[in-house]
Design a protein around this ligand. Structure first.
Ligand SMILES: Cc1cc2nc3c(=O)[nH]c(=O)nc-3n(C[C@H](O)[C@H](O)[C@H](O)COP(=O)(O)OP(=O)(O)OC[C@H]3O[C@@H](n4cnc5c(N)ncnc54)[C@H](O)[C@@H]3O)c2cc1C
Length: 367
């Protein structure tokens, strides 16, 4: 019987794993991809899609041809459990699937439990795969509204700010009012001061109200409530805060960090079970506290592919060593971007075109 390698999730790491297995097939191995959607979004281009620079198909990877090229069976369903004693993955639609080796790349889920009412009244960006429909519904509501709406975005990181500016650019004909709410003393806390200053200038120039040190404790049908018990009216609340691991991971017996992400060693093997690997947002590296970012998931992919192959062949595994700083290109809605890497910053239209070139090149590898 050939070994069975099962990949759960079609995230940024697994698309590259599939591409590498397509280029160099795994001998004597059955390969299966389980993913709840056939189209996986590329996060780097999501704000550009919202801004209207890209069409849906330009920012999504179709997993079916990719899986086929890699010789993988594709199960379009969600995994919802792992029976480690029986080495079986449970899914929503199929009988338990036996594995010899498993890899998990399922991203993160929003921390809506942090604020009461957020689950019912806020629009969560994560999981990104569901965001498209929520965004299209929001567009319809804004177009149909008799007066300009007030949109509150909760989350002062790059994801929240990029998304706010992208929405503002796209919705300019409807002139909505925007506000940004963040618990931190500054926006973009993981970026340097020059980047923070640049984005404060952009937000102020575009009339966005920025509320720092304003943790949101509740959301209701008429707006949001901050920790100081003040109610602030808003027509729509968009939730882009720090996310956590999927709930079902808690029942797998795999060691999780305080945010529910799977703890992994440098080889991307889980701390608990060397036959299970994890990469991308869902993985929490024991030796490196890393920001959740598509870039990390992409960078981990070649090591993950190598290690999955080596583990099946009984060969030594390689460690993933993250860079201390990596380049983030954060767009401002219009074709303009700000570069941030450690203490370095730069901005301009040319950076947006550079980002566009990088992103399109990335997508060409998979579509
Ligand atoms: C608005 C916004 C903009 C962002 N922009 C950037 C950016 O420009 N650059 C950057 O580096 N990062 C960006 N990020 C962060 C980035 O989105 C994440 O870090 C990245 O998507 C994580 O990749 P991943 O491969 O771990 O998971 P994901 O990209 O989330 O992929 C997970 C996959 O697993 C599937 N899946 C999930 N659960 C299951 C299940 N139970 N069973 C089967 N399949 C499942 C999903 O359908 C999906 O295909 C942004 C985030 C936001 C919110």
């Amino acid at each position: 019987m050939p070994n069975h390698l099962v990949l759960i999730g079609g995230g940024h790491s697994h698309v590259e794993v599939l591409r590498q297995f397509a280029l160099k097939p795994l001998p004597d191995t059955r390969l299966t991809l389980i993913c709840q959607t056939a189209h996986t979004p590329y996060s780097g281009m999501l704000p550009g899609y919202v801004a209207g620079h890209y069409r849906y198909e330009q920012v999504h990877i179709d997993l079916r041809p990719l899986a086929k090229a890699a010789g993988a069976e594709f199960y379009e369903t969600a995994a919802n459990g792992i029976d480690r004693a029986k080495q079986a993955v449970h899914t929503e639609q199929h009988p338990p699937l036996h594995y010899d080796q498993l890899s998990i790349n399922i991203g993160s889920t929003p921390n809506l439990a942090d604020a009461s009412g957020a689950r019912e009244h806020a629009i969560a960006v994560k999981p990104i795969r569901d965001f498209n429909q929520r965004w299209l519904n929001l567009l319809e509501r804004i177009k149909a509204a008799p007066a300009p709406m007030h949109i509150a975005v909760v989350g002062g990181g790059a994801g929240g700010i990029e998304l706010l500016l992208a929405m503002q650019y796209r919705l300019a004909p409807y002139q909505p009012r925007f506000s940004l709410w963040t618990r931190g003393a500054k926006i973009l806390p993981t970026h340097n001061t020059a980047v923070q200053k640049k984005f404060m200038q952009v937000l102020q120039a575009r009339g966005v109200e920025v509320h720092c040190q304003a943790p949101v404790s509740a959301v209701n049908s008429s707006g949001l409530i901050t920790a100081d018990t003040q109610h602030h009216t808003a027509d729509e609340v968009i939730w882009v805060t720090r996310a956590s691991g999927a709930d079902w991971l808690k029942q797998t017996g795999l060691a999780l960090d305080q945010n529910g992400f799977i703890e992994v060693a440098d080889t991307l093997q889980t701390r608990t079970d060397p036959s299970i690997f994890a990469a991308g947002d869902v993985a929490s590296m024991l030796n490196y506290p890393l920001e959740k970012s598509g870039v990390v998931a992409v960078r981990q992919a070649p090591i993950l592919a190598h290690n999955l192959r080596s583990a099946l062949n009984g060969q030594p595994l390689k460690p993933y060593r993250p860079q201390r700083h990596w380049l983030a290109l954060i767009s401002t809605g219009d074709p303009y971007a700000v570069a941030s890497r450690g203490p370095f910053t730069a901005s301009g239209r040319w950076l947006w075109h550079y980002k566009d070139w990088i992103d399109r090149r990335f997508m060409r590898r998979y579509n």
